[in-house]
Write a protein that binds this ligand. Structure first.
Ligand code: 5GP
Ligand code: MN
Length: 337
C-alpha cells in the first residue's frame, strides 16, 4: 500500500466514522481474527464499528474478544443492511472478490461507502477504493498488524487486538508450520505476545476444545482416508450421513484435511465433504512445496485460494466427484514419482 493511500486513509480515520468490517463467507480463524482485531483498533480510535459476517462460523472461534458483538447477516438481515447503507467506510478482510461475501454481495455492491480491502489471496479484483493485497503474507491478521504499523499505531495494540491477530496468524499458518511463515511473521507474533496475547491459552481455546462427537468424526474421516502413492496424494471423504451420525456442527471438520499431509511422501491432500442442504460437495485442497492447489481448484472445482491451501466445490455425487478427481491426477506431472 503506497504512502499516498496511507495518508488518505489516515485523513478518513481522523474523523468519527460509521464503519463496517466484512470477512468472507464461511469465516475461519484468520477472517474472524482480522475483523475483530481491526474492530477493536478502530473502536479505540472513537469510531462506530460493526463486524458483519455473511454467515455463521465455528464454535471454536466464539470465545474471541468482541465475539458477542458480531452480526451474522443470514440471521439479522434488516439490521445488517441498515448498517451497510449507513456506513462511510467498509473494510473487506481476507477476501478479494465480492462474490466471496455470499448473499451480502448485492448490498455491498450497491453501497456508496469507501471500500478498503486487506487480503493475502492471489489475483485480487479491483472493487475497493484502497487495496492492500500481498499474496506472500501468511495471513490477513499479519497484514492488519502491518496496516496498524503503517498508521504508526503499533503502541495502541491492546491485549484484545493482540489476541485476535494472534489467532488468525496461528490458524492460517497451521501453527507456524506452513511455508508462508516468515521470520517477520515470528517477529509480529513475538510483539503480539509482548502486547498481551497469551499464546498457550489461545492454542488451547482453538485446538483443545473438541467434544466427543467431533473426535469420533475425526476417527471416521481417518478410516475413510485413501492414499494414492503413485500420485503422492491422499484424500478423505465424509458423507452427510456420517456427519449427521456425529451431530456435525460448523467447524467440526476444520483441520482434518491436513492429516493426509502427515503421510510420508504425500504432497497433495484433499477432503470431500457432502453438504446435502446446498446440494454440493465442499472440497478443501492442501499441498506441500510447489504443487499449486489454487490453480488445481480453479481449473477443476470452481474454487481458488493460495498455492498450498485452496477450496472448491462439486455438484456431482460424492462417488462421481471422487472419480472425476482421480481421473485428473495423472495429468499432473508434479504429482508423479
Ligand atoms: P478451506 O479449504 O479451509 O475452506 O479454504 C482454504 C483457502 O481457500 C482459504 O484461504 C479460502 O479463502 C480459500 N477458498 C476456500 N473455498 C474457496 C472457494 O470456493 N473459492 C475461492 N476463490 N477460494 C476458496
Ligand atoms: Mn486468510
Amino acid at each position: 500500500m503506497i504512502e499516498q493511500a496511507i495518508l488518505e486513509i489516515t485523513a478518513e480515520l481522523s474523523q468519527a466514522k460509521n464503519i463496517v468490517i466484512v470477512p468472507h463467507k464461511g469465516p475461519d480463524g484468520d477472517a474472524m481474527g482480522s475483523t475483530l482485531g481491526l474492530m477493536h483498533f478502530l473502536k479505540d480510535k472513537g469510531h462506530k464499528v460493526n463486524v458483519i459476517t455473511p454467515n455463521d462460523y465455528p464454535r471454536f472461534l466464539k470465545w474471541l474478544p468482541g465475539n458477542d458483538e458480531v452480526i451474522i447477516y443470514e440471521k439479522d438481515k434488516a439490521n445488517a443492511e441498515n448498517l451497510i447503507t449507513e456506513a462511510d467506510l467498509v473494510f473487506a478482510l481476507d477476501f478479494n472478490h465480492l462474490d466471496r461475501s455470499g448473499d451480502m454481495q448485492q448490498i455491498l455492491t450497491a453501497s456508496e461507502a469507501v471500500f478498503i480491502m486487506i487480503d493475502h489471496h492471489r489475483e485480487p479484483s479491483d472493487f475497493a477504493n484502497y487495496t492492500y493485497s500481498d499474496a506472500e503474507m501468511s495471513s490477513t491478521c499479519e497484514m492488519v498488524y502491518h496496516f496498524i504499523d503503517k498508521l504508526r499505531a503499533v503502541p495502541k495494540i491492546t491485549p484484545e487486538i493482540a489476541t485476535c491477530l494472534y489467532v488468525g496468524i496461528m490458524t492460517d499458518t497451521g501453527s507456524f508450520r506452513f511455508s508462508a511463515t516468515s521470520a517477520e511473521t515470528h517477529r509480529v507474533i513475538a510483539d503480539l505476545i509482548d502486547k498481551g496475547a497469551v499464546n498457550h491459552e489461545i492454542h488451547n481455546n482453538i485446538f483443545d476444545t473438541y467434544n466427543e462427537d467431533r473426535l469420533q468424526l475425526l476417527g471416521t474421516a481417518l478410516q475413510n482416508l485413501r492414499v494414492k502413492p503413485k500420485f503422492k496424494t491422499a484424500y478423505i471423504s465424509l458423507t452427510q450421513e456420517e456427519l449427521d451420525k456425529h451431530n456435525f456442527q460448523k467447524g467440526d471438520t476444520e483441520g482434518f484435511v491436513n492429516y493426509g499431509l502427515a503421510i510420508e511422501n504425500v504432497i497433495f491432500a484433499v477432503i470431500f465433504i457432502e453438504n446435502k442442504q446446498e446440494g454440493i460437495i465442499k472440497i478443501s485442497f492442501r499441498s506441500k512445496g510447489d504443487f499449486n492447489v489454487n490453480e488445481f481448484a480453479r481449473a477443476h472445482f470452481e474454487g481458488g485460494g493460495h498455492n498450498n491451501a485452496a477450496g472448491g466445490k462439486s455438484e456431482l455425487s460424492m462417488e462421481d466427484t471422487i472419480t472425476k478427481f482421480s481421473t485428473i491426477l495423472p495429468d499432473y506431472k508434479e504429482l508423479q514419482q
